[in-house]
Structures are given as structure tokens and as C-alpha cells.
Design a protein around this ligand. Sequence first.
Ligand code: NAG
Ligand code: NAG
Ligand code: NAG
Ligand code: NAG
Ligand code: NAG
Length: 394
Amino acid sequence: MIYKKVKYNSRNHTSCLTRRLQIPIWKLFVYFVLTTVIIFVLQMQRPQFSFEWTLTTVTTSVATTTVKPTTTVVPTTEEEVIRYVNISSYNNTRTLTHEYDIDFVRFVSGVNNGKRFDLKPINVNPYVYITNPTTKCSNPPLKNNANISILILIKSEPDNFHLRQTIRWTWESFTAYHDYVRIVFLLGISPDPEDKNTDVLVEHARYNDIVQQNFIDKYRNLTLKTVMGYKWTEQYCSEATHVLMQDDDYHFNVKNLAAYIKRYKSPDSIFAGVLRLKSPTVRRPTSKYYVSNQEYAHDIYPPFLVGNSYILSMRYAKQIAMIIPYVKSIPMADTYIGMLAMKLNISLKNEKDFTIKNCNDFQKVISCRGYTSTKEILKDWKNFVNRAILKVNI
Ligand SMILES: *[C@@H]1O[C@H](CO)[C@@H](O)[C@H](O)[C@H]1NC(C)=O
Ligand SMILES: *[C@@H]1O[C@H](CO)[C@@H](O)[C@H](O)[C@H]1NC(C)=O
Ligand SMILES: *[C@@H]1O[C@H](CO)[C@@H](O)[C@H](O)[C@H]1NC(C)=O
Ligand SMILES: *[C@@H]1O[C@H](CO)[C@@H](O)[C@H](O)[C@H]1NC(C)=O
Ligand SMILES: *[C@@H]1O[C@H](CO)[C@@H](O)[C@H](O)[C@H]1NC(C)=O
């Protein structure tokens, strides 16, 4: 549940974005040359962020990037997980009703077999899309490579243009994966009445990759953003076989991710990331993670995957999306998804190649945290803006 908010003045990137759309061809050329040089320089400065994919086989032992468990034992084998993530031992399936005390496994299989249940939705969001790249997966059509195609959902926020741009830049060069992988950013609206929301419209017009609804983009609305991601996936990109959910300050290694899916015994039963077991509900009202008794009555959360980065198969993503309307929401997004997974009897897997640590050896992991602080990338971005864009436009 790492999430941070860094406020800064967005005028610089506003102006660069709009100017960029108007400047003549020769300036664009100069701009791209400068961009390349600056990216090169930045990468030289931080070799740990190398995006070269030279690995042919995925190393399974990543001694340097082990995640510190919050619980004493973090199971890694599937058997261990089944033993730990044992629904009945949590005594939650009945007490943790979150209103409907029904068998959601039977509910889902019933719906999938054409059955209709007269169940009144209790968790419906009134929010509507402001930007929606509806054809992201269909045009050009998302293809499968060895039966695998991946939708990457990146939780971002209006202010984080610099992070989105970093991802777009690096992704640009991996053309080999473009047929099989699609990326969209999930956003709410800026609470700031300034023109940041217009920036997002301009940005979406340029890149066609922003899924945004009209709820206020705040940490305690992260569940709304996550739910939007699942709903969007179900409606607009159900042709993908897998979904990677990730924060915008994380990097992903698609090659390792695809290899991981390929070697998985049953690729349509994946739900893996950094597993948290028996995580206590935070009751301190001053905490960012505070959840009241009314919102969630139990002192322990069901097992969940840390929201920074995790993978799941489309089969599970659809099941999650299907039951969201019937399970009361809680403000902590990853624990809410954990609750839904538990109700669906899905076992979550701890996968050590997903790390929530900073990127040390990017080649070996599936995902890791890119920049140690938003300030750091912001500094790079400001340098970029100052050195490149503004000079070009004098
Ligand atoms: C799950 O927990 C229940 C109750 O504690 C126990 O009877 C059962 O054997 C457990 N199942 C597994 C697979 O460990
Ligand atoms: C399990 O839930 C029941 C019913 O709500 C409750 O009475 C019981 O104390 C719970 N047991 C444990 C071990 O939490
Ligand atoms: C893709 O799926 C089909 C049908 O399930 C299977 O026959 C085929 O072997 C798979 N291809 C690869 C490369 O895994
Ligand atoms: C979440 O979004 C809704 C809709 O915009 C807003 O009313 C609410 O205040 C937001 N919550 C927070 C914590 O900002
Ligand atoms: C839950 O899944 C396990 C296997 O992971 C299965 O043995 C069990 O019957 C399932 N329980 C329900 C209620 O579907």
C-alpha cells in the first residue's frame, strides 16, 4: 500500500506538451534528438534502470531482491500458499460478509452458465469516463504470442505526467512486444481546480492511453480507481489473457513476465505478486491506512497481494469484476481485492520476482520500484524540460 503524493507546479509540462503539438517539423526533429541524448545521459547516470532485455532464461533465484516479510513466514511454493491461504482457517467467509453472505464461487459459475440471480447490487459507482481509449485492445487487434497477451493497468494520477511519460518513452523502444501487450493508465480527476484536468485531456488526445473517471483522485479513492480498472478490463480488453496491475513509479520487465506466465502450470489460474498474510487492520485515525469499524469490522485482513504490482489471469479478472457490485467496498484497494479473491476461493501466490523494493537488478525481476522518490524523477524531468524543450522553443 505504498502510495505517495508529491505536489508540484505542472505549468512546465503543460506548456511543453501544448507547444510540442504546434512546433514545426524541424523543431520536432531537434526535440527528438535532444530527447534521445538526454534519456541516454539519464540512463548512464543510473545503470540500474537499464531496460535491456538480454536475458534468455529467467533466473529464479533473486537473492539480492528478497522482500522483507511483514509476517514471520512468507510461503513461496504453491502448496505452502494453499496451506496458508486457507479460507476456512480465517473464519472470515461467513463473518466477513460485506453484505451478501453467499457462495460467490457458485454465483460466478452460475452466471457463466447463463443463470440469472436476482441480487440487488450494493456497490455501484456513479462515476463516468472522462477519457476512455475504448479501442486500445481491438485496434490494432491484440495478438497472442504462445497464447499469451497482457494488459498492463498503471495506476497513475493527473499530476504524474512525468511518470507516465517515462513509461511511454521506455515502452516505445520495445516494439517487439507491442502486438501482445497494451498499456493504459488509470486516473481520477485532480482535486485542484487549476487546468490539470485539461492537461490530461490534451495528453489523452496525444497518446490515447488514459482511462479516467470523474472521482477525485485521492489515496482513499484508490479502490474506485482499482475497481474502474477491473471494470474497464472486462468491458474493453477481455481479449487479453493476463492483466498486470501496477503503480506508475514501478518498472516491469515484460520479457520476464511473459516467461513467468509461460512456465506457470495453469496459466489461466494465476494471481501472484507480493503476498501479505494476516495483515492487521489499521485503527489509528491519523494513519493513511486507517479503516473504521463501520468500513471493515475485522481486525485482520484476508490474504492480499500488495497493490504496487501483481499479475492475474483474465479468468480471475472477470470473476473479480463480476462480483464487485455485490461486495461492499473498503477504502484500502489491495485488501478489497484480497477479500474478493477470498470470496472467489482464489489462492494468491507469493512470487519473489515481483519486488516492492527499488530496482537493483532489473534483468532478474518482473517488477520493481523505479525511482526512489518522485522528487528524483521530477528533478530529471525538470532538467529535461529546462535543457531540451524550452531551449528548442526560444
Ligand atoms: C484449512 O483449514 C481447516 C480449518 O482450520 C482445516 O480443517 C483444513 O484441513 C485446512 N485445509 C488445508 C488445505 O490446509
Ligand atoms: C468465527 O466466527 C464466529 C461467528 O461470527 C464467531 O463466533 C467466532 O468467535 C469466530 N472464531 C474465531 C476463531 O475467530
Ligand atoms: C495454445 O493453446 C492451444 C489450445 O489450448 C494449444 O493447443 C497450443 O499448444 C497452445 N500453444 C502454445 C504455444 O502454448
Ligand atoms: C472520492 O471521490 C468522490 C467523487 O469525486 C468524492 O466525493 C470524495 O470526496 C473522494 N474521496 C476523497 C477521500 O477524496
Ligand atoms: C476452493 O479451492 C480448492 C482448491 O484450491 C478446492 O479444493 C475447494 O473445493 C474450493 N472450495 C470451494 C468452496 O469452492
